[in-house]
Design a binder for this molecule. Structure first.
Ligand code: PLA
Length: 447
């Protein structure tokens, strides 16, 4: 009785409030007054209960950087390549391809098929699996164009959640911060495997083998194809072979995230070796490819999901289901970025030019590693900084803690993610002293 009474009182309260809101709203209209909502509380909004979400841990760094009025500041947060002048870079081959596209009057803006541009898909598979890949020759690969690397991961996640018998996915500890969010929202259950050892600043190979060894049979395992983000630590090819054997013996399903092909070593083929090792044994795997970094097509959102299967028959049925994932999500992918990529990949000269530009980006990053290392040595900054030289790809996982990072941002206007990751691709010769001063001061002050 009491409970019932309580209930109906609350319901009456709600009705009263609704009535009050209704009266307020109609009196505003009647009097012709425009009441602008106060920024803190917006009475009358059906969303007034919505609380502000925190900024993204990576993209939020750019938001904070843009707000900083300081004339001298440095953004080493997001992994975006900058030139020695600190400017974003549009590759020359991309400009050439875009000119070709504009001058080709047969080009139209019709919808692409659900799976995207056919040429782009074929060429993307060739790029990651190799021109002479038996899996491609045997038609055992399905490739669908997706919204860059992130979109490829999400489409794969949803396909797996619906059509794979095991919904557990293992991701490395640590990994790119978006991985757990993408896979959880796709409907997978996320677990981690040990990857990085902070004491050696290297691979925790033993921990990795133990964790994958005790994973349930059939579990999905997310692997960074090269240039692991954020650690810059990759297994050697011998260690990859060891991982492959273990995974195949336990029927673990390999899912490669290939966001940096060409950025680790400067060679597209060398960076694809781990993926090709797994495909060569005839087994199945997934690969999410991104052209954001290696072709500098960040904002064009161009990438691909490939699934390697046992037979052409399974591949074509899997592709039909990928279409049912994509169609209700965004219907079909955008045409421009994929056309740029296809134009470059199918032309021998443009492809050759791309490899030269890509190597130049990778080499500049390596030079930044050397310059930063030298600058810290010159300052006598305490600690072993050789990992700056050893780590691979866009990032250095400095080992600086979140207080040191906050100090560097506040006192030196140097922006980076709070886990101590810095994007070496955002650094340039002129800014090395600022960064080295900031690191030196942070280490001296907050040891
Ligand atoms: N996978 C990994 C491992 C990545 O590092 C990134 C991007 C992606 C996928 C997705 O990239 P894409 O969707 O643009 O193709 N990571 C960046 C940017 C470079 C970001 O966080 O969005 C980073 O700073 O970590």
């Amino acid at each position: 009785m009491n409970h019932h009474h309580h209930h109906s009182a609350a319901a009456a309260d709600r009705r009263l409030n609704a009535l009050r809101r209704h009266l307020e709203a109609s009196s505003d209209i009647d009097s012709g007054l425009m009441i602008s909502p106060s920024p803190t509380s917006s009475p009358g909004s059906v969303f007034s209960h919505v609380v502000r979400a925190p900024e993204d841990p990576i993209l939020g760094v750019t938001v904070a950087y843009n707000k900083d009025p300081s004339p001298v500041k440095l953004n080493l947060g997001v992994g975006a390549y900058r030139t020695e002048e600190g400017k974003p870079l549009v590759l020359n081959v991309v400009k050439k391809a875009e000119r070709l596209l504009i001058n080709d009057s047969s080009r139209v803006k019709e919808y692409l098929p659900i799976v995207g541009l056919a040429d782009f898909n074929k060429l993307s598979a060739k790029l990651i699996f190799g021109a002479d890949s038996p899996a491609i020759k045997e038609n055992r690969v399905t490739t669908v164009q997706c919204l860059s690397g992130s979109g490829s991961l999400r489409v794969a996640g949803e396909f797996l959640a619906h059509h794979y018998h095991q919904c557990v996915i293992y991701i490395p500890q640590p990994t790119w911060g978006n991985h757990p969010k993408v896979f959880t929202l796709a409907g997978l259950s996320v677990k981690t495997y040990r990857y990085y050892d902070p004491t050696t600043r290297g691979l925790n190979f033993q921990g990795l083998l133990e964790d994958l060894g005790s994973a349930p049979s059939g579990a999905i395992v997310l692997l960074h194809a090269c240039a692991h983000n954020p650690t810059g630590v990759d297994p050697t090819i011998e260690q990859w072979e060891h991982i492959r054997k273990l995974m195949r013996s336990k029927a673990l399903l390999p899912f490669f995230d290939s966001a940096y092909q060409g950025f680790a070593s400067g060679s597209l083929d060398a960076d694809a070796q781990p993926v090709r090792l797994f495909v060569a044994d005839g087994g199945e795997c997934l690969v999410a490819q991104s052209y954001a970094k290696n072709l500098g097509l960040y904002g064009e959102r161009v990438g691909a999901l490939s699934i390697v299967l046992r037979s052409a028959d399974v591949a074509s049925r899997v592709e039909s289901q990928l279409k049912t994932v994509i169609r209700p999500m965004y219907s079909s992918p955008p045409i421009h970025g994929a056309s740029i990529v296809a134009t470059i990949l199918k032309d021998r000269n443009l492809f050759q030019e791309w490899t030269v530009e890509l190597k130049a980006m990778a080499d500049r990053i390596i030079r930044m590693r050397q310059q930063l290392f030298e600058a810290l040595r010159a300052r006598g900054t305490p600690g072993d900084w050789t990992h700056i030289l050893k780590q691979i790809g866009m990032f250095t996982f400095t080992g600086l803690n979140s207080e040191q990072v906050a100090f560097m941002t506040k006192e030196y206007h140097v922006y980076m993610t709070s886990d101590g990751r810095i994007s070496m691709a955002g650094l340039n010769t002129k800014m090395v002293p600022l960064l080295a001063d900031a690191i030196h001061a942070a280490v001296m002050r907050l040891r």
